[in-house]
Design a protein around this ligand. Sequence first.
Ligand code: MRU
Length: 368
Amino acid sequence: MTKEVATLVWIGDTDGSLRILDQTRLPREVVFRECHDERAVWEAIKTLQVRGAPAIGIAAAYGVCLGMKFAPNDERAFFQRLDEVTSYLASSRPTAVNLFWALDRMRRRAEALRGQPPDTIRKALLEEARAIHEEDRALCHAIGRWGERLIEDGSGVLTHCNAGGLATAEYGTALAVIYEASAKGKRIHVYADETRPLLQGARLTAWELKAHGIPVTLICDDMAAEVMKEGKIQAVIVGADRIAANGDTANKIGTYGLAILARYHRIPFYVAAPSSTFDLRLSHGGLIPIEQRDPREVTCPFGIPIAPEGVDVYNPAFDVTPAELINAIICEKGVIQPVNRETIAAVLNGAAENPTGPQRMLESSASS
Ligand code: MRU
């Protein structure tokens, strides 16, 4: 993340707590929130204090550690508690698959230790959460290294929402590509969509890029077509919340529109995401669950009423960009190009971390 502030920090040992940078307060204030139980983590995810697919997964993994702190010693009751905690955390947000991936990984780690004393399992769970956290740092840097090759010196790069250090362990996915290109001496100018309704682009991406000294121009979402027409944009790079087996990609609402604009203007459109964001169980993007959020985010943003009372609102948090509009997907294993079922499978091959059965269970319990 930015050089100064870490998004997520575990403090202490198995009886510790999770410190979260409250992203709802940025850019005006840097405020941390300390979570001592799984309910606080659920709330932080739900209210977007911690947000962005990889960061949600990491927070949830630590949330499991918090939820298991006072689990009963009896094995049956211990694992029943684990079920409750993971299902509960899985109900916080539906779209980012990293959440279910991380929870599934935590469950599998505990299951493998059945028969061991609860303290041993608790230690292992904290180890696993720390591993998920550490691995994400490495993945983001690898994404940056693969992706920077696609960006030419002097490029204008448009991004949407925030897929930076704030949304991951550090460095980001889409922004990792920009950080890496800039570290290589390429002159990059970023155009950040403000990203209605919750303004992650204005509040977070612009803040994060400024902290890294990357030139950034903030635009309203509806200005993207014009800046493309004016020749200011040579590439679009966004993150992802879930990528289906055929490459259809769910990301922040507005991403699909950008991809259409990019195709019309013959500008390459890239998605950057770790392999934990792929959901190979879903054959196409139409199967990705899309989070619907509170209408007040649209009618009363940041507490300011801007629409007539009682007006009908539609507020999906994400949309799905069809694979055919995506020039390449950059993941830690390489660049997937062209984007289709076969190239995805080939690059991810060996990515055995992709979740299977138990995740399905967690997700169905989340939506019930
Ligand atoms: O609702 P948010 O802020 O969690 O949405 C985040 C995004 O859409 C990001 O682009 C995505 O999670 C990738 S983060 C590396």
